[in-house]
Design a protein around this ligand. Structure first.
Ligand code: TRP
Length: 373
């Protein structure tokens, strides 16, 4: 049956049905037992886990088996340079930093300037690299521990990646790449090769330690196809298959099916937005409100179709009591959309102020995090 949505690393289209995606991709749901197991190690669960926004995984139980036997794991995530990093881009970094803190895990973070040049987000490679350097400040600001974190740009770190990339690339046929990514004869050679470079960091910790180290990758589920390929070839290279934990894509401000897009500024809050920009975008966001105040007071509104409620759920109501209160007063009609937006805007503005300060401070700390040689 043809699907009415498409999820690939380079395109997310239509209304994503995450249940069907789990089946299509062949991943596992994160269930209550797994959440309990994580909680035993972390104490409180991260809100994104508790609320089902990290919802799917591969081999996470195995990673925890190993951890409980005294074999620590390494974390790996990444980001393609983006002239405007929005809140959705930050989610894997917040979550990875949280995992790092609770499991004392090393984290490898790949900045794929090559990818974003090859896939035409930038006209020149130099632009992609420059923007990647700038994005690194946002990554650092997410709260990583410099002693446990390695951030690298592909074009700067390539001498450490290339030998392993050869071993990976030799094991992936064009016919696999075509089936997994939908490539055709119009794709350039770099695009076809690129997945090798996203695979390699899974193995960097094992190479550095000289023995096999489990690797856990927090990422948007759209990135899973790369790692499906990696998992197929890992053991033939003598490594463990990387494990994954997947998040749902944070919706845009124009409704739950809308996407955040760097090219459409009013669809997303960017980490560099000014207070005024953030307030205006939230004011104009799509909600589940009624046509008139009178109707809303009488019938209540619908948080389950509302972008503003989604923003509370993802990032801006970390306390469960707070989120429950927003939900209850929305449905009862006690809360009007204007007030709810104003409250959200205050939280977002506070977050942005905080983040931008940390980002400024990160400028003096780049050398503590970035590896080149
Ligand atoms: N391809 C990712 C992007 O477009 C960047 C990336 C590289 C990544 N390695 C990763 C994402 C590992 C998640 C996990 O942003």
């Amino acid at each position: 049956m043809p699907e009415d949505f498409v999820v690939t690393p380079w395109e997310v289209r239509g209304k994503v049905d995450y249940d069907r995606l789990v089946e299509q991709f062949g991943t596992q749901r994160i269930d209550a037992a797994l959440l309990d197991r994580i909680r035993r190690h972390t104490g409180e669960l991260h809100p994104l886990l508790k609320r089902g926004l990290y919802f799917s995984h591969r081999d996470l139980n195995w990673v925890l088996d190993e951890y409980e036997k005294g074999h620590p794991f390494t974390l790996y995530t990444g980001r393609g340079p983006s002239s405007a990093m929005h809140l959705g881009h930050m989610i894997p970094f917040f979550f990875t930093a949280w995992l790092q803190k609770h499991f004392r895990a090393k984290a490898w973070i790949e900045i794929t300037d090559d990818e974003k040049f090859l896939f035409r987000d930038f006209d020149t490679l130099e632009d992609a690299t420059r923007v990647g350097r700038d994005n690194i400040l946002d990554v650092i600001a997410a709260g990583f521990d410099p002693k446990l974190t390695r951030i690298f740009l592909d074009t700067e770190y390539i001498h450490h990646l290339y030998p392993m990339a050869m071993n990976v690339a030799k094991r992936i046929t064009f016919s696999t790449a075509r089936a997994v990514f939908g490539f055709d004869a119009s794709n350039n050679l770099g695009q076809i090769f690129y997945t090798a470079l996203q695979s390699v960091p899974c193995f960097l910790e094992s190479v550095e330690q000289g023995h096999n180290v489990p690797c856990l990758i927090p990422c948007g589920i759209d990135q899973d196809p790369h790692f499906r390929v990696t998992r197929d070839i890992a053991e033939s290279l003598g490594f463990y298959k990387p494990a994954l934990i997947h998040n749902k894509m944070m919706p845009g401000l124009k409704g739950l099916d809308s996407k955040m897009s760097s090219s459409a500024p009013d669809t997303a809050i960017f980490v560099t937005d000014t207070e005024q920009q953030a307030r205006t975008k939230i004011r104009d966001a799509f909600t589940g409100g009624r046509a008139t105040v009178e109707e809303q007071r009488r019938l209540g509104a619908n948080p389950y179709i509302c972008s503003v409620f989604a923003y509370y759920t993802y990032l801006f109501a970390p306390q469960d009591e707070h989120l429950a209160e927003v939900e209850r007063t929305c449905k009862s009609g006690e809360r009007l959309c204007g007030d709810c937006k104003a409250e959200l805007a205050d939280h977002v503005v506070a977050f942005l102020g905080n983040h931008q300060e940390r980002r400024e401070r990160a400028k003096d700390r780049v050398e503590e995090f970035v590896v080149r040689d």
